[in-house]
Ligand binder design. Structure first.
Ligand code: FES
Length: 151
């Protein structure tokens, strides 16, 4: 790292404060290669200011329900590990609209199903629409499938 670079680089504490995340979060992001740092001669992390935008991108994407794996996939699509700009965000987030609409639909269904659970607490695999949302025994035939099968 040159002297000039050192002035434009941020320590992990400064970077975390500016990014609004914990230093442990930064280290985790770095372990996933979502953000990168360089090391000083004393083996301390230093971050380019431009990496702040990557963290902002990660946080925004997470807030709409994307996993870090999906965020990484999106960031890895940018050429030369470019820092995402406004156009990148618009392009990538447009592709997530369907996903958000699907989440809203699922939450509405959950809201309807939870009426039968209020005050119940059985969490029965056979009866509970919340616990058994995927209807795990649907392929076994209609109706209850556990403990009721004919010999
Ligand atoms: S908790 Fe009993 S039906 Fe869901």
């Amino acid at each position: 790292m040159t002297t000039h670079d050192a002035g434009t680089m941020l320590s992990i504490g400064d970077f975390a404060a500016r990014a609004g995340v914990a230093t442990s979060t930064l280290r985790y992001y770095e372990s996933l290669d979502l953000v990168r740092s360089v090391r000083t001669g004393g083996n301390q992390r230093r971050y380019r200011r431009a990496e702040l935008r990557r963290v902002a991108f990660i946080r925004a994407a997470q807030s709409i329900g994307l996993s870090l794996e999906e965020v990484k996939e999106a960031l890895d699509r940018l050429p030369d590990r470019r820092i995402p700009d406004r156009a990148d965000w618009q392009r990538l987030s447009a592709g997530w609209r369907d996903r958000i609409e699907d989440q809203i639909r699922r939450l509405r269904e959950l809201q309807e199903d939870i009426d039968g659970c209020v005050g119940c607490g059985c969490l029965s695999l056979d009866k509970c629409a919340i616990y058994n949302r995927e209807d795990r025994h649907a392929d076994d035939g209609p109706g209850p499938q556990r403990g009721f099968k004919a010999p």
